[in-house]
Design a protein around this ligand. Structure first.
Ligand code: NAD
Ligand code: DAU
Length: 356
């Protein structure tokens, strides 16, 4: 038995692979293109571990996927690979269409060929697990009920539109071809190995460097935050026991405005690594808003709890403390990321004066 994981060198994918191999001896073939967001260092603890086979390659490469499927005969594909950053999708949507839409299509077609040739128990057990986002549902007003699985798709950014397209492809491959798929739509993750272009790691890294902490617009946009290892646990449940063709929303029951996230991180840093220059919150800087910025996301995660018994294990207080601690304890990882292409991105996004 083997899993094929795509995007397993990224933030969530690497946490998933590490957690999977900590709990199981089932091997993982990890297909990742190592874009700017893919980092082999996340998987350094698996160096020399025969249960982990890393393959650098593109999910748009049909020949490569066909070769991997026939060589390893995985019993499931867990599909994380994507372009994932909303701001990048606004600057350059092309890569999002290519990887998130064409890449998912290519993977689905290869998987369909592989699954179609299986027989008996092997065929019945095969799964294609598509990892998606709550952003496909659009934006909520302050008093709207949270997103249920039945909420209409109303994506607002090039990123969320590309993820919505991929969700629709997965749905259609089930409906038309009978492909054994499950889809999960999760809220904002945070935790170890989070690339510091996203809000929480960016705030930690900038604060420690004495740089401005950029808050878009009025800072009152609301996100639902989930510790990444809880997301990985939910995926394991859905992969094992999720009903075919179903979608499951995953969330932390933890809605917070961005400014509260930023001040919480600052307060934790004040406690764990005080700065002689004063409280880190002095660095908070309101900057131009993200175009088309979604105001509020909230997840109704009752279906996955009812059907599969999953609930997050971490509260925001415990998860964010672990996360800040991890960044303080893993400065070599941070410095390695900062010395790479990330520098160019920060300059492009926030201007030369805030660049690395
Ligand atoms: P990430 O950007 O950290 O990692 C993406 C990984 O995919 C990287 O390792 C990258 O090298 C790889 N990749 C990109 N293009 C590829 C291609 N063409 N072929 C092969 N590999 C490629 O992303 P993440 O935050 O870990 O998100 C993983 C998945 O979870 C995505 O599908 C994302 O939409 C979804 N998701 C993320 C969040 C979140 O809060 N980060 C929440 C819900 C859902
Ligand atoms: O909701 C799930 C989604 O969460 C995932 O599908 C995406 O892949 C993931 O990147 C994340 O998207 P967001 O756009 O919500 O995450 P980000 O960390 O970029 O931003 C979180 C909030 O913080 C958002 O309202 C924008 C704001 N923000 C972000 C950055 C980078 C700032 O105020 N300042 C910043 O510098």
């Amino acid at each position: 038995m083997t899993l094929l994981v795509t995007g397993g060198a990224g933030f969530i994918g690497s946490n998933f692979v590490l957690d999977w191999l900590a709990a199981s001896d089932e091997p993982v073939v990890n297909l990742d293109a190592l874009t700017y967001a893919g980092n082999r260092q996340n998987l350094a603890s698996l160096d020399g571990d025969a249960r982990h086979v890393f393959v650098q390659g593109d999910i748009c490469d049909r020949d490569l996927i066909d070769r991997l499927l026939s060589a390893h005969r995985p019993r499931a594909i867990v599909h994380f690979a994507a372009e994932s950053h909303v701001d990048r999708s606004i600057h350059g949507p092309g890569a999002f269409m290519q990887t998130n839409v064409t890449g998912t299509f290519t993977l689905l077609e290869a998987a369909r060929g592989h699954w179609g040739a299986l027989e008996g128990d092997e065929k019945a057990a095969f799964r294609f697990h598509h990892v998606s986002t709550d952003e496909v549902y659009g934006s909520l007003g302050p008093t709207d009920p949270p997103f249920a699985e039945t909420h209409p798709y109303e994506p607002n950014s090039p990123y969320s539109a590309s993820k919505a397209a991929s969700d629709h492809l997965v749905r259609a491959w089930h409906h038309t071809y009978g492909m054994p798929v499950v889809t999960t739509n999760c809220s904002n993750n945070y935790g170890p190995y989070h690339f510091p272009e996203k809000l929480i790691p960016l705030i930690i890294v900038n604060a420690l460097a004495g740089k401005p902490l950029p808050v878009y617009g009025d800072g009152q946009q609301v996100r639902d935050w989930l510790y990444v290892k809880d997301h990985c646990a939910a995926i394991r449940e859905v992969l094992t026991r999720g009903r075919l063709g179903e979608t499951y929303n995953i969330g932390g029951w933890n809605e917070k405005p961005n400014i509260d996230i930023v001040t919480t991180v600052c307060a934790l840093l004040d406690e764990l690594q005080p700065d002689a220059a004063g409280p880190y919150a002095r660095l908070i800087t309101y900057v131009k808003d993200r175009p088309g910025h979604d105001r509020r996301y909230a997840i109704d995660a009752r279906k996955i709890e009812r059907e599969l018994g999953w609930r997050p294990a971490e509260t925001f207080d415990t998860g964010i403390r672990k996360t800040v601690r991890w960044y303080l304890d893993n400065q070599p990882w941070v410095q390695n990321v900062l010395s790479g292409g990330y520098r160019d991105w920060v300059t492009q996004q926030y201007g030369a004066e805030q660049g690395a």
